[in-house]
Write a protein that binds this ligand. Structure first.
Ligand code: MN
Length: 351
């Protein structure tokens, strides 16, 4: 079933308007600007001159409406609504700006805008074969880039230098861009889970946490590896080993039918017993067209893992003043078990 067919099946309104770029891509395969109008008897891309030819090529089954220079989208959307007699129209009220919503509501006299409530995002949770292939390719690029990076980095380099090398390598291997802002956190910066790469010089004896991903066909991968330089200090080695074991416990806990919260707990209990209050974020999250999407692998989440879910497993330990460690894989849930898309090793590598 196509994404659009599934959307129409789930759509409990006369029509829907789609504005999020990722959802335009998901439903229409179209990567330009504009919006979608969808109802039972029509599906339409509204865009301007700059994207008409692109829309024709990427979405040959969709009707096209060109928004003329100087014209406003709401008036043309209102024409579609009127032409198809729609009374209730789903809209991405969690994405539209206040001004955009007001303009739309003003133009749609006699029709009612209804919050979409994450409908597209719920459909996107379970990936089909083509989506999984894109994620696997993105994961392979990131993992290969990391392995190519290892022989080329050393103590004395800055976090930013490592970041640039890693991102260049991913682009060389075919990534469309980075999946999100690369994290490169060395020494005490490792205690900040989302540290931004700085001009700090990496020293011997320290750990460096690299959290990064590649993008293929708009689909992302997510991985984290922590590497050591020289002979890593003993307290940091102990942290590393704790995180490594916890990450494996998390991976081992993954199973179709299991609640996400139970997977989080499997890794969290192990860390909490050794480093209380040092693992302050969720174990993982869904990955797809967004780097963070459903399902959340977090404490107490009763949502159940299903075939086609793609989730990360990424425990960490963060000790202010000392440093930290995180290890992360992106995995695919299938009927026959779990596929780990990240091949890079997880023992402590000392460069
Ligand atoms: Mn992640």
């Amino acid at each position: 079933m196509s994404h659009l067919t599934a959307f129409l099946d789930a759509m409990q309104a006369d029509a829907a308007l789609i504005h999020r770029p990722e959802n335009l891509r998901y439903l229409a395969g179209y990567t330009g600007e504009g919006c979608l109008f969808i109802c039972a008897e029509a599906h339409v891309i509204l865009t301007d001159f700059r994207y008409m030819e692109q829309a024709r090529q990427q979405a040959p089954d969709w009707a096209l409406v060109q928004v003329p220079r100087g014209a406003e989208y709401p008036a043309l959307i209102a024409e579609q609504v009127k032409a198809h007699g729609a009374r209730t129209i789903l809209a991405e009220t969690d994405y539209l700006t206040y001004d955009g919503y007001q303009a739309l509501a003003g133009a749609l006299q006699g029709a009612e805008l209804v919050p979409m409530a994450g409908l597209c995002e719920r459909l996107r949770e379970v990936k089909d074969a083509a989506e999984l292939e894109s994620i696997r390719r993105a994961a392979a690029i990131a993992s290969d880039a990391f392995m190519n990076l290892l022989p080329r980095i050393h103590a004395g380099m800055t976090e930013k230098q490592v970041q640039r090398m890693l991102e260049f390598e991913m682009l060389e291997l075919g990534s469309e861009g980075v999946a999100f802002e690369t994290i490169a956190a060395s020494g005490p910066n490792g205690a900040l889970p989302h540290a931004r790469p700085s001009d700090r010089v990496i020293e011997s004896g320290e750990l460096l946490t690299l959290d990064f991903g590649a993008t293929v066909n708009g689909y992302r991968s997510d991985m984290t590896r922590t590497v050591g330089f020289g002979k890593v200090q003993k307290p940091l080695r102990e942290i590393y080993e704790t995180v490594r074991v916890a990450q494996q416990l998390g991976l081992d806990a993954l199973a179709v039918g299991r609640a996400c919260g139970d997977v989080d707990k499997a890794a969290r209990d192990y860390i909490d017993a050794r480093y209380p209050d040092s693992f302050g974020h969720s174990l993982g999250h869904g990955v797809g067209l967004y780097i963070h999407e459903q399902p959340r692998v977090s404490s107490g989440n009763t949502a159940v893992l299903r075939p086609g879910h793609v989730v990360t497993v990424e425990p960490g330990v963060y000790i202010p003043g000392l440093g930290g460690c995180r290890i992360e894989d992106t995995v695919i849930m299938t009927e026959d078990g779990v596929i780990n898309t990240i091949a890079a090793p997880k023992h402590l590598i000392e460069l």
